[in-house]
Design a protein around this ligand. Structure first.
Ligand SMILES: [Cu+2]
Length: 382
């Protein structure tokens, strides 16, 4: 491990101090305050007419859900376009914090999973709240697909079919918006209440690295709390053989820890304040600790997706250059000989490089305020 990386990592220590000093902006109960804030009638662009009353101190997340809870399903921020029906509830943080102290840390595997056989990928996922350990000493009370942040990596191919079902196990409504789909969002991406499901299928038309996310209002809160991931669509014609990895960047905006767990802080997200962490695949600096390893002579392909919610990923590999970056559907739109390219929030691009030199190559978000906050890893070429 070389010195510049150690220097970058030292920023993590300072940030813990910042977290410790930050005053609680909402409530001491993880998630409840943030969720109430998220649904506040004062939120810009919201057309809510219902009002939340803050729970009394000492109430739990579950108890705080009264009969007269707000919902903002008519908000113009709701890409899920929920109409009709009562979808009460603001948070189910009882489940988001349950067992938080004992939840183990695990490295998020960055390898692109294999394609499903037969051209059909059937997925049945659950939206649920869960504590997720993003580093040795930080647990986030997350809103998730399948219990992790990010959600599982999906791999399909142009012309194949994805049959997707989302069942909502959480108290508040959730939904799924696949950027790889061309589909009526009012139907497919609609929010579903607790215990309900939505099913839809689509056939990706373009190859590329695409984002998926919960589109329930306020989208900022749902993405910012962990409901995002990547769907990788390979082209029909084979790209040059490569070791393929998926890097999904996101920011964390966290409240002070309560009961050892950090809730997401909607006010910080809304004010575009500095994120506490920026991460590849949900865990700041995880590939510093446990690098990605390849062999000399191999081609490496990074499918990079920026999930934000607000900031881009300015992707760069120290000591290397991308021989090809595909801005749109690979193998189209190749740009040759690139040092850094910015992937916008909600976007994805494909970065190819030839590993013909051995060494340890840091891959970073070259907006270094964000690289230093965890959007950094090591590619070891052996
Ligand atoms: Cu959601």
């Amino acid at each position: 491990m070389n010195d510049p990386i150690i220097a970058q990592l030292s920023g993590l220590q300072d940030r813990r101090g910042f977290l410790a000093r930050a005053s609680a902006l909402t409530l001491a109960i993880p998630g409840v305050g943030a969720a109430l804030t998220a649904c506040s009638p004062s939120m810009p662009n919201s057309t809510d007419t219902t009002h939340a009353s803050a729970p009394k101190p000492g109430t739990t997340g579950m108890a705080a859900q009264g009969a007269n809870q707000p919902h903002n399903s008519d908000s113009r921020l709701d890409s899920a376009v929920l109409k009709g029906g009562q979808h009460g509830g603001t948070s189910a943080t009882g489940t988001a914090t349950q067992g938080a102290q004992s939840v183990p840390y695990h490295r998020f595997a960055p390898e692109l999973p294999p394609l499903a056989p037969g051209g059909l990928l059937q997925l049945h996922w659950h939206a649920r709240e869960a504590p997720v350990r993003i580093s040795d000493d930080t647990v986030v009370a997350a809103w998730t697909f399948e219990g992790d942040v990010p959600g599982p990596i999906v791999h399909t191919r142009v012309g194949d079919t994805v049959e997707f079902t989302l069942t909502n196990d959480a108290v508040i409504p959730h939904s799924m918006d696949f950027h790889a789909a061309q589909i009526n969002p009012k139907e497919a991406f609609r929010s579903v209440a607790k215990g309900e499901s939505v099913t839809f299928k689509f056939t990706p038309k373009y190859a590329g690295a695409f984002m998926y996310h919960c589109g329930t209002a306020p989208v900022l809160m749902h993405i910012g709390s962990g409901m995002f991931g990547a769907i990788i669509v390979s082209p029909r014609e084979a790209l040059p053989a490569a070791r393929e990895f998926v890097l999904i960047q996101n920011e964390y905006y966290l409240s002070d820890a309560a009961n050892g767990t950090h809730a997401s802080d909607y006010q910080k997200m809304l004010n575009a304040m500095l994120p506490d962490f920026v991460a590849f695949n949900g865990r700041p600096s995880q590939y510093i600790k446990e690098p990605i390893r390849v062999k000399r002579g191999e081609r490496v392909r990074f499918w990079v997706v920026s999930c934000g919610p607000t900031h881009p990923c300015n992707f760069h590999v120290v000591g290397e250059q991308f021989d090809t970056v595909y801005l749109g559907a690979p193998p189209n739109t190749p740009v040759r000989g690139v040092q850094t390219f910015s992937v916008p929030p909600g976007g994805g691009m494909v970065f190819d490089l030839e590993c013909d030199v051995t060494g340890e190559f840091p891959f970073v978000n070259h907006a270094f305020g964000h690289g230093q906050k965890g959007a950094i890893g090591i590619l070891v070429v052996e």
